[in-house]
Design a binder for this molecule. Sequence first.
Ligand code: ZN
Length: 77
Amino acid sequence: MTMMPCEEVARLLWQFMDRELDPVTARALAQHIRACRGCGPRHEFEARLRAIIQEKCAGEPAPEHLRRRVLALLSDI
Ligand SMILES: [Zn+2]
């Protein structure tokens, strides 16, 4: 089985955390996160960041413009 590319993981990470992915994709992504030294810490970081955003927005989903800005920042790391 070929591993999902890192770019794909980065693109789908928020959907994964929101449990919006289909089970097959979600499983492939989880496997990648466990196996990849780059995406593992990235996932941890984004999960923490997401928790902070959710707290600030009192349970509402992050506004799209905020999400985009955060993702743009992350892509520079
Ligand atoms: Zn990766």
